[in-house]
Design a protein around this ligand. Structure first.
Ligand code: GLN
Length: 194
């Protein structure tokens, strides 16, 4: 059985649960469940975990408060991180309130698009997908640089917006809001789950 968790401290948790459940439902050969993760003790038995969008300073504070930092950095499964989740996956973040997990070799800027373009949508090419993905950006972060271990999956004029490193995928935008499950599926394919 495949077990996917969605970090349920703050942010758009329900949308990720629905998206992963829908992906699993399309593959009859895979028996799986998607659960909310509220305690560190739940994490080691999961195959994958999603860190949703939301407010990265709040999620970071709650990760520390719930003593999840170490269990997340030592997690053996894959992490699917969107928007605020991407901020948390970085090796370094310019905002001192964030205590990043350092699981992807990248530097991330929060709210990188400025006030005028806080939220926008764009069809962007993503490596590994055969047609552009409709990306929803909401006060999105941008990746300033990646190190040798990370692979860039998508770049727009303002910078890098999708990165893969080993089992982990981080996205500036919100695939869970796009009605398009290709990136959730690509992530699970990378784990050998689907
Ligand atoms: N800008 C937010 C942050 O860094 C993320 C926004 C989002 O997840 N939609 O916390």
């Amino acid at each position: 059985d495949v077990k996917i968790g969605v970090l349920a401290l703050q942010g758009d948790v329900a949308e990720h649960i629905t998206a992963f459940q829908q992906v699993l439902d399309t593959i009859p050969s895979v028996v799986g469940s998607v659960v909310e993760v509220r305690e560190a003790a739940q994490i080691p038995s999961l195959d994958a975990i999603a860190i949703p969008g939301g407010e990265s300073t709040t999620i970071s504070r709650l990760i520390e408060k719930n003593r999840m930092h170490e269990v997340l950095t030592g997690f053996q499964g894959g992490i699917f991180a969107t928007c605020a989740g991407m901020v948390l996956m970085a090796k370094s973040v310019e905002d001192p309130r964030i205590c990043p997990l350092g699981l992807i070799d990248m530097e991330v800027d929060r709210n990188a698009f400025g006030r005028q373009r806080e939220s926008f949508e764009a069809d962007i090419p993503v490596q590994g997908l055969d047609a552009p993905f409709h990306a929803v950006f909401i006060r999105a972060p941008v990746v300033r640089s990646v190190g040798a271990e990370a692979t860039v999956l998508a770049t727009i004029d303002q910078g890098i917006v999708a990165v893969l490193q080993g089992k982990h995928m981080a996205l500036s935008f919100h695939p869970e809001l796009a009605g398009d499950l290709r990136l959730h599926r690509l992530f699970l394919t990378g784990l050998g789950i689907v």
